[in-house]
Design a protein around this ligand. Structure first.
Ligand SMILES: [Zn+2]
Length: 81
């Protein structure tokens, strides 16, 4: 009976260590990507005030409080109220 308990404890320990190692690996990969400067977190998506398409903030055009997906839609102006 005691042997079974020890066996289960060992299984739990192995599972816990493997999970911890996996987390460390994922954390390290995320840190490396951050250092590379490409993946700086999820970018904010904004809806175009003309056509409503969602585009990353850096790819769109801003005009005051309004946001547009392209220079052309900025010229056409906000259509939605
Ligand atoms: Zn648009």
């Amino acid at each position: 009976m005691r042997n079974i308990l020890i066996f289960i404890l060992v299984l739990i320990a192995i599972w816990w260590v493997r999970r911890a190692l996996q987390r460390m690996r994922e954390g390290g990969a995320a840190k490396r990507a951050h250092k590379a400067g490409r993946a700086s977190g999820p970018e904010r998506m904004l809806a175009c005030d003309h056509c409503g398409v969602h585009v990353p903030e850096s790819e769109g055009v801003r005009q005051g409080d309004a946001f547009f997906c392209s220079e052309e839609h900025r010229r056409l102006g906000a259509r939605r109220s």
